[in-house]
Write a protein that binds this ligand. Structure first.
Ligand code: ADP
Ligand code: ASP
Ligand code: MG
Length: 430
């Protein structure tokens, strides 16, 4: 296990990326942070291809820091093992602390293999865990937020001319416990490190050549978006577009790190990419428009009927550590949405929620489908069209929400794919 770093002596407000923004770029060679996702490091051959790309960036005169995800579907496999081990008990949910100990090992395997592959090519490299890299988080296991980055060991190794490989998705809390950053969290590691190191840019490599107007696996006519502003991408990521994780975009927006999304294995000259900017040119002046359709599976609709007070509800959510969105509350009751991606202990949480708030009704097995864009509530037309498209296809929405950046509907999981295709045809293709 890594030698733990000292706890931070200056802790920023929990959950908020460096308020002061990116560190000023250090004099000397430009620093590039590259992040490779699970499909990019799925086997030793692919790790070899990644090593070639990394040494090419080094040869081009950069200092290179590489953040890696676990190989392929390793994290899902480890999670399944934990569930199996927990299934004998009454609680049936594995404890979050032990999940973090387990899941953080996935990234340690790929970091070491990539370092070995780079050294085999004649370059000096060294791998570090999240805690060795100085990634300090709050103590919310499984879904921790980075509160500070102290990348001193990385800076020392770069100064020695080495390529530094960092295990993504993990850090250490101020209690010196290993934490993980929520699913897809290696992106966050990369952007937070880029900010702390004053890197010239952060390149996110995956199996797609950038961000599309919908998940290309679901919507074959999805369009490539060469440029996007942080606010729209953050809204897309918050609502299920997993191409870049939401917390990473939040760091990029606040710190000003230049972010690009590219494909690992289709990255020659002329290859497409998406450049994510704080303010994409034209975004302020552009007319009201839908940019993308996104969907998130595994969400729960919670409905509270009259009699439940909002403060009681918030106290229960706080006690259970549940994040929620789209809350609306009034005299007759209220509703909100619980995304379960980062709730590994939902079985226990559901029981405790029902005990704390007996009048609450939970509807499971739903997906949230959203149109993301600008000015979507400036007139009634976009929402009217949204309702009409779903209604015409006989797709029932259990909760419809509308805001300037997003129109959303909660639909049965089986309706999510057709809903995305129909909304894309109407809002993006038309
Ligand atoms: P990695 O493992 O490299 O982090 P992810 O699987 O997390 O990669 O993210 C890439 C996947 O995101 C793609 O394979 C694609 O199916 C999915 N995706 C969802 N929405 C979008 C979108 N709007 N644009 C591009 N890809 C998307
Ligand atoms: N391996 C982690 C996950 O599968 C983190 C990541 O891939 O970014 O969620
Ligand atoms: Mg990802």
């Amino acid at each position: 296990m890594a030698e733990p770093e000292q706890p931070p002596n200056r802790v920023q407000q929990e959950g908020s990326p460096c308020a002061s923004g990116a560190s000023p770029a250090k004099p000397g060679r430009p620093i590039i942070v590259q992040k490779y996702g699970g499909s990019s490091v799925a086997d030793v051959d692919r790790i070899g291809q990644v090593a070639e790309r990394v040494v090419a960036a080094k040869r081009a005169g950069n200092d290179v820091v590489v953040v890696v995800s676990a190989m392929g579907k390793t994290t899902d496999g480890l999670l399944a093992l934990a569930r199996q081990a927990a299934s004998a008990g009454a609680a049936a949910d594995p404890p979050r602390r032990e999940l973090d100990m387990l899941l953080s090992t996935g990234e340690r395997v790929s970091m070491a293999l990539l370092s070995i592959a780079i050294q085999a090519r004649g370059f000096e490299a060294i791998s570090f865990t999240g805690s060795q890299s100085g990634i300090l988080t709050n103590d919310r296991h499984f879904d921790a937020r980075i509160i500070e980055v102290r990348p001193f060991r990385i800076e020392d190794e770069l100064a020695r001319g080495r390529i530094v490989i960092v295990a993504g998705y993990q850090g250490m809390s101020y209690r010196r416990e290993i934490t993980t950053l929520g699913r897809g969290g290696s992106d966050t590691t990369a952007v937070a490190l880029a900010a702390a190191l004053g890197a010239e840019r952060c390149e996110i490599y995956s199996d797609v050549d950038g961000v599309y107007s919908a998940d290309p696996r679901v919507v074959p006519d999805a369009r490539h978006l060469p440029e996007l502003d942080c606010a729209v991408l953050q809204e897309m990521a918050e609502c299920g577009a997993k191409v870049v994780c939401a917390q990473a975009v939040e760091w990029a927006r606040r710190s000003g790190v230049a972010l690009t999304a590219r494909s690992t294995f289709d990255a020659g000259p002329g290859a497409r990419e998406t450049v994510v900017r704080r303010f994409a040119p034209g975004s302020a002046s552009s007319t009201l428009s839908a940019r993308a359709i996104v969907a998130e599976g595994n969400v729960v609709l919670a409905r509270a009927h009259g009699g439940l007070r909002l403060d009681e509800l918030l106290r229960a959510a706080g006690e259970l550590g549940l994040g929620f969105r789209d809350l609306s509350f009034g005299h007759g009751g209220g509703a909100f949405v619980l995304p379960l991606l980062n709730v590994p202990d939902w079985q226990g949480a559901r029981r405790r929620l029902a005990a704390l708030l007996p009048s609450i009704e939970l509807v499971e097995g739903l997906s949230a489908v959203s149109v993301v864009g600008d000015g979507l509530t400036a007139t009634a037309e976009p929402l009217a069209r949204f309702v009409e498209v779903l209604g015409r296809a006989g797709i029932a929405s259990r909760l419809t929400v509308a805001g300037p950046l997003r129109l959303g509907a909660l639909v049965d999981a089986a309706d999510a794919a057709p809903a995305q295709r129909l909304l894309h045809a109407s809002f993006v293709e038309a």
